[in-house]
Design a binder for this molecule. Structure first.
Ligand code: GDP
Ligand code: IMO
Ligand code: MG
Length: 419
């Protein structure tokens, strides 16, 4: 058995949570491999809507184990809020959620450092989610981080040392803060976190696979936000690509099975940074309205544009995708025509290769296809697809060189068509 991976190919919010939930019945374990509470993964079923931040999206299926992997960064205060919200809706998690000892902790001062850094950058800010993600991964790489396993050994001393170090950095910024109240919330979170089983998740997962078990690895963010291959510096601070599943769970590359890559039938982005196919016209607003494109973590309006096949070909190459999943097709239901960017024009030269820098000077070359002008939200089989929609799928498959295995026509679990 192998580990199948689900990840986003664009700038996040592609609909990963929904697809993990749909595919969970095929696996015994669902494991998040990177990111933290910067993620917002939405699941809708039986008339209920849930937004998960750091808890894997397999959590609603009673007999499945969920693991927060070593590549994840976790904020106990936000973890407590997330768990309690789920508990209030009748979902008991303690037996079904395991946490890696090696996952790094987001301290209250990491959130403050995130905010101080953004304020200092002014108009050049990244537009982060403000959850302390960058400073926590910075500490991980610079070997100053604290991990979940540290909570059990001499923690007070380690915590004080880390916070004293952060305070010295914060003193360089003009930031007012009330650390005491943040710490109160944070330590209450630690208490909650300790109700869960903390494990050596790399052993747990590898043993499970060697005994013939199956694992679904859930990514957060999207490949265009990857620290190495995304639109740097306007990215997140982790490897969101498929390779991140190996480092974020402790599994060998040869154990990777199917790679399900999720993309929207158009494109969105939250936060700052370049976006070649962004629309500032009525079509952009229509995508935002039809797709309810407002961030699930910060509520910010998402920037919207046409699908970018140059970027998708690049992220497909990096991830080694073999199954594509197209989300939010229904958002295009009322468009007369749909555009797809097939190449970039950079200083008069046409290219299909994603360039080093996409900040400026790029004019997208579009192909315009007829829209299907049909409400697809109640469709449950590909036999019902209108001809123009089938043509859109064929066009994308030819351009991207990978089959589209799943099509989503609405936010609900039931609005998913496996081809
Ligand atoms: P994730 O971060 O990749 O899990 O995606 P988000 O949950 O942040 O954003 C996706 C949004 O689109 C959520 O509000 C979903 O409920 C919604 N969604 C998912 N699939 C579809 C779909 O096929 N059609 C529509 N209209 N909405 C969808
Ligand atoms: P999911 O998993 C969309 C964006 C932020 C910002 C940049 C860096 O729901 O797809 P960070 O807080 O990570 O330092 O912010 O990355 N970003 C996301 N955008 N979906 C996400 O997660 C995101 N997580 C971070 O808006 O531009
Ligand atoms: Mg999201």
């Amino acid at each position: 058995m192998k580990v199948d991976v689900i990840l986003g190919l664009q700038w996040g919010d592609e609909g990963k949570g929904k697809v993990v939930d749909v595919l969970t019945p095929n696996y015994e374990i669902v494991a998040r491999f990177q990111g933290g509470p910067n993620a917002g993964h939405t699941l809708e079923f039986e008339g209920q809507k849930y937004i998960l931040k750091s808890i894997p999206s397999g959590i609603f299926q009673e007999d499945k184990m969920n693991i927060i992997g070593n590549g994840v960064v976790s904020d106990p205060a936000l973890f407590k809020q997330e768990v309690e919200k789920l508990e209030q809706t009748g979902h008991k998690l303690t037996d079904r959620l395991l946490i890696s000892k090696k996952a790094h902790l987001i301290l209250p001062t990491h959130r403050l450092l995130d905010s101080a850094s953004e304020t200092e950058m002014g108009v050049e800010k990244i537009g982060t989610t403000g959850r302390g993600i960058g400073p926590t991964y910075t500490d991980k790489i610079s070997r100053h981080g604290l991990r979940v396993g540290d909570l059990y050994y001499n923690f007070e001393e380690k915590y004080k040392k880390a916070v004293d170090r952060h305070k010295k950095i914060l003193d360089l910024h003009n930031l007012e803060y009330d650390l005491e109240s943040l710490e109160k919330e944070w330590f209450a979170g630690v208490k909650k976190m300790k109700q869960f089983k903390v494990i050596d998740s790399e052993f747990h997962i590898n043993k499970h696979i060697s005994m013939g078990g199956s694992v679904l690895a859930e990514g957060a963010q999207g490949s265009l936000l990857d620290i190495d291959f995304g639109s740097y510096p306007f990215v997140t601070s982790s490897n969101t690509i498929c390779a991140g599943a190996c480092t974020g769970l402790g599994i060998a590359p040869k154990l990777i099975g199917d790679v399900y890559d999720i993309f929207k039938a158009y494109c969105t982005r939250v936060g700052s940074g370049p976006f070649p196919t962004e629309l500032f016209c009525q079509d952009g607003q229509k995508l935002r309205d039809n797709g309810n494109e407002y961030g699930s973590v910060t509520g910010r309006p998402r920037r919207c544009g046409w699908i970018d096949l140059v970027a998708l070909r690049y992220t497909i190459m990096i991830n080694g995708v073999n199954k594509l999943v197209m989300m939010k097709s229904d958002v295009l239901d009322s468009f007369d025509t749909i555009k797809a960017c097939v190449s970039y024009n950079i200083n008069g030269i046409e290219t299909g290769d994603f360039p080093y820098d996409i900040t400026e000077g790029i004019t997208p070359n579009y192909v315009e296809l007829p829209g299907w002008k049909t409400d697809m939200t109640s469709m449950r089989s590909e036999k019902e697809f209108p001809e123009e929609f089938n043509n859109y799928i064929t066009f994308l498959e030819e351009e991207l060189g990978v089959p589209i295995s799943i099509v989503s026509v609405g936010p609900d679990r039931a609005q998913t068509i496996i081809r």
